[in-house]
Design a protein. Sequence first.
Length: 299
Amino acid sequence: MTVVLRVNRFAPRPARDRERSRKSSPFARKSSPFADARAARKPRGRSWVQEYEVQARGNDTLLDCLLAIKRDIDPTLAFRYSCGHGMCGSDAVAVNGTPMLLCKAKVRDCAHQPVAPIVDDAGFRRTSVDGEPSPVAETAKPVVELAPLPGFPVQRDLVADIDPMLEQIRRFKPYLQADGVLATTVDGKVDVFEYLQRPEQLARYERLSTCITCGVCEGACPVYAGGEAFIGPAALINQARFIDDSRDRARQERLEALDTADGFQACQSVRACSRECPVGIDVGEEIWQLIAQSKEQEA
Ligand code: SF4
Ligand code: FES
């Protein structure tokens, strides 16, 4: 079938021009102490929407379609991917407004028939009239709308800058802090450190350890989209993985570090973060469990 990919594109202004425009306004930098940080986070440039028609089968992924466009139609289209099968988390974008991975999104699930807009007497375009939805445009080709991952600054086309998420994850020591047990070989020599654990202890955090840091949960979170007021669900899931690990010795410090205004206190329990996690983590529930554990510790 023929599918139309409607892509929100963005071309950043060249660094040379940015520097020149900043110099032209001597007050811009002084007027706001956050001016530099904001400029770094929000690149300026040209935005436009471009449509591409591709031949695709229902079982093809949107990544397949974009690769076909890049190969045969427009080599300037920018998007990020690596593994191509849901392992690396590098290709999260907004598909029809919902964050998901390009390599997991199938054409048959995402392509929708565009509705024919109804223009009322006053000239306004409406999606329904008297409660009746607009009729589907029979002749139109199915459409998929693509945009960069929400909540992150865009770098180019569908490539978002995920550094803010990685910075927040790094802030909370994302590694095991454990005391190992010295194992000895049969002839009594010290061999390696062992970090022993029973299967049921492993089961407590195993699912969380499959997080691929794709940022889909962050893109879906309306609080995270609001700026730096929330460290975001991905950082919380990363910490929950260590808090639930019986070998980790920093459980208490981790819970205390997260119990802040920009930590889990900022979570509004919208639970949009749980809906599209590609590895099936119930992100909202895990954040709730963190809050419960913190309260238990205080009691
Ligand atoms: S919790 Fe799920 S959605 Fe969020 S970053 Fe990890 S894998 Fe992606
Ligand atoms: S390309 Fe690696 S997760 Fe999609």
